[in-house]
Design a protein around this ligand. Structure first.
Ligand code: IMP
Ligand code: MG
Length: 176
């Protein structure tokens, strides 16, 4: 049955091709580094899984869970650290893996957090950049796709925990 509530924005092949390119760039840039890849739960879990398999240098992995959105589609304006990484970031080159950078609030908080914790360096890899909605200026070092607007779901991205398992990324026409 045709689903008219959503429209495909990024198909499986486009996502995988772009991740391959990001993996190559990251592998080159961190060849002499001490790479710790930290995925931001929950939205980045599928992207993280594909990205680390596209990076062909040694790395260690961890996750952090923070929340900026309570429920629904607009930011609450605050960051809550729900679950810290288990690895101490000191002396690691931290690569934060995010699903979407929207207002920039989450990424700015994460960069500050890992810097204060003593990381040797902190960079950001985001699958999707919604730059037009930026409220906090942040530098995205590795960006998958720039998508100006709309609420996106699939490939890890959710609306109230739904749609994460869709293999591609869709624009949700009427998010409630
Ligand atoms: P920011 O702090 O405003 O940049 O929000 C970033 C977080 O909001 C992302 O990690 C996502 O979890 C969530 N988010 C922002 N836009 C979307 C979207 O279009 N779909 C699903 N989640 C989104
Ligand atoms: Mg989310």
């Amino acid at each position: 049955m045709q689903n008219t509530d959503r429209e495909i924005v990024l198909d499986v092949q486009s996502i995988q091709e772009r991740i391959g390119q990001l993996g190559q760039a990251i592998s080159g840039d961190y060849a002499t580094g001490n790479l710790l890849v930290i995925g931001v739960l929950k939205g980045a879990f599928i992207f993280m899984a594909d990205l680390v398999r596209a990076i062909d240098i040694p790395l260690v992995t961890d996750f952090i869970q923070v929340s900026s959105y309570g429920t629904g589609t607009s930011s609450a304006g605050d960051i809550l650290l729900r679950s810290p990484p288990t690895i101490a970031v000191q002396d690691y080159d931290v690569l934060v893996v995010e699903d979407i950078v929207d207002s920039g609030l989450t990424v700015q908080w994460l960069v500050d957090h890992f810097t204060v914790q003593g990381a040797a360096s902190v960079k950001i890899c985001a699958l999707i950049d919604k730059a037009e909605r930026r409220e906090h200026p942040v530098r995205i070092d590795y960006c998958g796709f720039a998508i100006p607007k709309g609420f996106l779901v699939g490939y890890g991205l959710d609306l109230n925990e739904h749609y994460r398992g869709l293999p591609a990324i869709y624009h949700l026409k009427d998010p409630v």
